[in-house]
Design a protein around this ligand. Structure first.
Ligand code: PNS
Length: 169
């Protein structure tokens, strides 16, 4: 298949840190599209300072996906407009996961803004599996901060990294 006819999609996010819910969306998107570029945002807008650097967050995703044999997924860091990042990769689709109605309002707004800037790029939403519909990076960090077991919520490399970053090993 030549590059022009490849269906390339971006899975963007802060991924601070990546959760099993994110990984589920990425794996499912990788079955629908020819190529997935996971975009790790390296800018701070409306959010608190991330606890992991963009390079660390990228590494966690790459490690977590390494065992899945997904040869059509790559991870890249970006700090420009999402639609520009999509264009740089030749992507016509932005994939987002939707967990609950609470996600809808924010994603609806982002979709309108992105669509205004780039009407040729379509946003596609994948509904979270019931197993992961309650997982949010912010909640994971809060639980881990207070010693909660997050091993069911994030991949093993992230459990170890959270423990080290928050509790010094
Ligand atoms: O909720 P997240 O994971 O922090 O979302 C990050 C991202 C980039 C997916 C979201 O902010 C978005 O959809 N932004 C689109 C608007 C844009 O291009 N912003 C500038 C780069 S963050």
């Amino acid at each position: 298949m030549n590059e022009r006819s490849e269906r390339i999609a971006i899975c963007p996010g802060s991924y601070d840190p990546v959760t099993n819910g994110h990984l589920d969306i990425i794996r499912r998107a990788a079955r629908v599209f020819d190529r997935i570029v996971v975009g790790v945002v390296d800018v701070q807008i409306r959010k608190r300072e991330p606890i992991f650097t963009a390079a660390e967050r990228k590494g966690f995703i790459e490690d977590a996906l390494a065992d899945n044999g997904l040869d059509n997924v790559e991870v890249d860091v970006f700090s420009n407009l999402l639609v520009e990042f999509a264009r740089q990769h030749g992507a016509k689709v932005i994939v987002k996961g939707l967990r609950a109605i609470s996600d809808f309002e924010y994603e609806f707004e982002m979709n309108q803004l992105n669509h205004t800037l780039a009407p040729d790029i379509e946003s596609v939403f994948i509904l979270a599996s019931p197993d992961y519909s309650f997982i949010r990076s912010t909640g994971v960090k809060e639980m881990a901060t207070f010693g909660g077991d997050v091993s069911e919520l994030v991949p093993p490399n992230v459990v170890a990294a959270l423990n080290e970053r928050l509790h010094g090993g």
